[in-house]
Design a protein around this ligand. Sequence first.
Ligand code: MSP
Length: 516
Amino acid sequence: MPARFTVTTPIYYVNDVPHIGHAYNEVATDVLARWHRMRGDDTWMLTGTDEHGQKIMRTAVANGTTPQEWTDRLVESAWKPQLELLDIQNDDFIRTTSERHKAGVRIFLERLKETGYIYHGEFEGQYCVGCEEYKTPNDLVPGTGEFEGQQVCAIHSRPTETVREANYFFKLSEFDDRLLALYDERPDYVQPEHVRNEVRQFVKQGLTDLSISRNTFDWGIKVPWDESHVVYVWFEALLNYITAIGYGVDEEQFERRWPATHIVGKDIARFHAVIWPAMQMAAGLPISDHVFGHGWLLVGGEKMSKSKATGIEPRQITDVFGVDAFRYYFMSAIAFGSDGSFSWEDLDARYHSELANGLGNLASRVIAMVHKYFGGTVPEAAPDAEIAELAERAVATAEAAIDRFAIDEAVDAAMGIVERLNGYITEQAPWVLAKDEAQQERLAAVLASNVHGIGTAAILLAPVMPTTAQALWAAVGGEGAVTAQPIHEAHRWQGTRTVTTVPPLFPRIEQAQPAT
Ligand code: MSP
């Protein structure tokens, strides 16, 4: 049986249009899903939108509309189109306002209530609507500017609101020991290491019970046994990962797809690695496979965000550089798991050096030489051992990197082939060999080595740059869809031995940054 790989993005708040921070998250998840599909794994990629809660309700009201109309409009006009724009191959898209989600949430809550992990109680706390989360004093920092003298949320830089309510609670405090045991028994459950340490530290300090309902507004899913309450937005949002795959409704689908791997930003790792596994334990579900908390895209040293007016929309970049370069840049330039600063200068420099001069130039030179010296037929010569071994090593390195979620290292391994081939061509100087009858065999081996290496690189780059990789693949004589190649055997590919022509993959760009 093929291995199961179910991978999820967070579901996005649709209070605004997406920016490149969201795109980063979507592309990374898509690369992992595509990679696993090319391994032959039984892969399922889930994404969607988080549509309830106060934040969205207030935004809708401020825009003179209802939350349902607002979310419908944003989902259709901005969030779904973004997936298409970025060439994301998600298998499903879940909205928390959909009937299937609401039905699954109700089933889960009823089950949890039967276990005795839910009770009714009083609560007063400091709530950040931006985060949709109660904050502890440790989560607050001194405000600046208009909020000078007040404590504000460290993420949104705005004061919290005091909320006093009689709510339903989840007995989160009973799960500390089991959670700590989970982190110890499965060291790769939360990644990377610094996120794991932070989560562990948080749980070690002791957990308090979690308020899981609200009764001062009604934009949410009604608590099944008390319709004067709606379910706390995070509590039901986390459930999207199971309601989308048939929890409580379609056992066969659920068995096949669950557990999943969650790719999330580090700001929401705690929800996924503390609250969510406790919910799973309480309901007797198998625990998720992995929670990977990636870093933030920063602008001026701070998390890029729409609310701080630092959001850049993906289209601003893809209009200039194209979608594949967008995907490549964010996957290669930032170590997955670390923060990264976006700059137009860096994007422009890498685009020209790595893609246009590195990959694009290599492909067009090699193909031109196969045409010129061998009439377009790749000579029947074994690739040089050095290049064959390099290709094989790159595949093994990239495969191992993907298993550690080190997407940037996997891309590096593929680009290592490109870089070496560029050096190898200079050293071997096929244009010199071509002038000497006695060197025909060398010339054949040098060009066969290049074609072999480019084909391997095209396969390894397919999850990151699907369109470019297909063009490269076809140009060096690959048959059919590059995505149909088993990626773990990328160095074993055999083509038709006929090269075609390669379209200009990465045209030079004169003005990188759009005029503002
Ligand atoms: N709705 C919740 C998630 C619920 S999952 C059950 C949420 N939504 S969000 O729209 O605010 O954020 C979605 C994802 O985008 C998060 O993983 C967040 O980390 C990510 N990013 C938002 N801004 C980002 C950057 N500037 N950089 C990288 N990722 C960023 O949280």
